[in-house]
Design a protein around this ligand. Structure first.
Ligand SMILES: [Fe+2]
Length: 359
């Protein structure tokens, strides 16, 4: 890797293959306003141009994660993203803007449209055709996607298998006319649905096992087998008990302010504050506890890549407590300024990156 401006702390690297500038740390602040970087190898269409490079930021390395993908990407004003399909299980939160997505499983069936706006959740089932459109001619729409792509890429070691696979999963999605509108009770008390309007205001159920003042709704979406989602509330004065999940996770804070403490059995601890708009990925194997601060309840969107629990047949939220080596973080806060400086230098053509880290 060449020297990147401000990257002396080793908090940034460039993933050459995927054309992502990767930021490291445990918390990336103010995601709605995080700097984005064009991905020239990807083409987009807008009302006036067919060659605008889409802009994105990847948070795949947050928390040292290796199996959970988290991407912020932009649909340009009045534009669309190229239609495509992939084996990835994907779920989006709409950060800002408004637009719609089209989805279909079959080759010769009409697209099924779902309209969305800031605050909504949209899921994309594995290998269904899909396309995103921005309904606003003046402003970009921002989406944050949570995916299991990196795990699939590691597991099969074949880009073609993940992105050019003809297999279909009709049990996950079969062009049902009510796909975007149904909401029903699923297994293990989960809500089974594929679209959630204004998720921060969805109902939660008290969960006394999780801590003090915790409410939670877990969702089964898109027929996903490993990407697992929940809306979590921490009431004023409440906290989520220390826990060590058997999965990589990411938390997008939707409302309120709070504090996270990371700890290891040997007594090592680190504490940091957060607020609505922040993205947090506590490192795998490290015990984490979250507490509410301030005067309004916390609400966050919680995503895990649960493939280990799934493979091991564990139905609940297992806590490991020191059974596996922990990834103690070298960096807590993602270096936004270094990211932005590197982005500017790349855009200005001042910084060439001959080689990136190979995942
Ligand atoms: Fe996609």
């Amino acid at each position: 890797m060449t020297d990147m401006p401000g990257a002396g702390s080793g908090s940034l690297y460039f993933d050459e293959r995927r054309q992502f500038l990767m930021v490291e740390g445990v918390i990336a602040r103010d995601i709605p306003n995080f700097p984005l970087l064009p991905r020239p190898k990807r083409a987009n269409k807008t009302a006036t141009s067919t060659s605008v490079a889409p802009r994105a930021a990847a948070f795949d390395s947050l928390g040292g994660n290796t199996t959970l993908g988290v991407h912020v990407s932009e649909v340009p004003p009045g534009g669309e993203k190229q239609g495509h399909r992939h084996l990835d299980e994907a779920t989006f939160y709409i950060i800002s803007g408004r637009g719609w997505s089209e989805l279909r499983q079959g080759e010769d069936v009409p697209d099924q449209r779902v309209d969305w706006q800031a605050g909504d959740i949209v899921t994309i089932p594995s290998n269904a055709w899909h396309k995103h459109y921005n309904a606003d001619p003046d402003r970009p729409a921002l989406q944050i996607a949570f995916k299991n792509t990196r795990w699939l890429r590691k597991l099969f070691h074949s880009r073609e298998f993940v992105y050019a696979n003809d297999f279909r999963f009709p049990e996950r999605y079969n062009d049902e006319p009510d796909y975007w509108t149904r909401r029903e009770e699923g297994n293990y008390g989960k809500v089974k649905t594929n679209y959630i309007h204004d998720v921060v205001r969805d109902a939660v159920t008290p969960d006394a096992d999780a801590g003090e003042g915790i409410g939670m709704t877990r969702y089964s979406m898109g027929g996903h087998r490993t990407i697992d989602h929940a809306l979590v509330e921490i009431a004023v004065g409440g906290h989520l008990r220390p826990h060590t999940p058997l999965a990589e996770e990411a938390i997008l804070v939707l409302q309120g302010t709070g504090r996270t403490t990371l700890s290891l059995a040997d007594g090592q601890t680190s504490t940091f504050e957060w607020k609505a708009g922040d993205l947090i990925a506590p490192p795998f194997g490290v015990t984490r506890a979250h507490e509410q601060t301030g005067d309004e309840p916390v609400r966050y969107w919680w995503v895990k890549n649960n493939f280990m629990e799934r493979a091991l047949g564990i139905k609940g939220n297992l806590s490991l407590d020191g059974a596996l080596p922990a990834r103690w973080p070298g960096v807590i806060e993602a270096d936004r300024a270094a990211f932005e400086a590197a982005r500017d230098a790349i855009e200005a053509g001042l910084l060439a990156i001959p080689g990136g880290r190979d995942e």
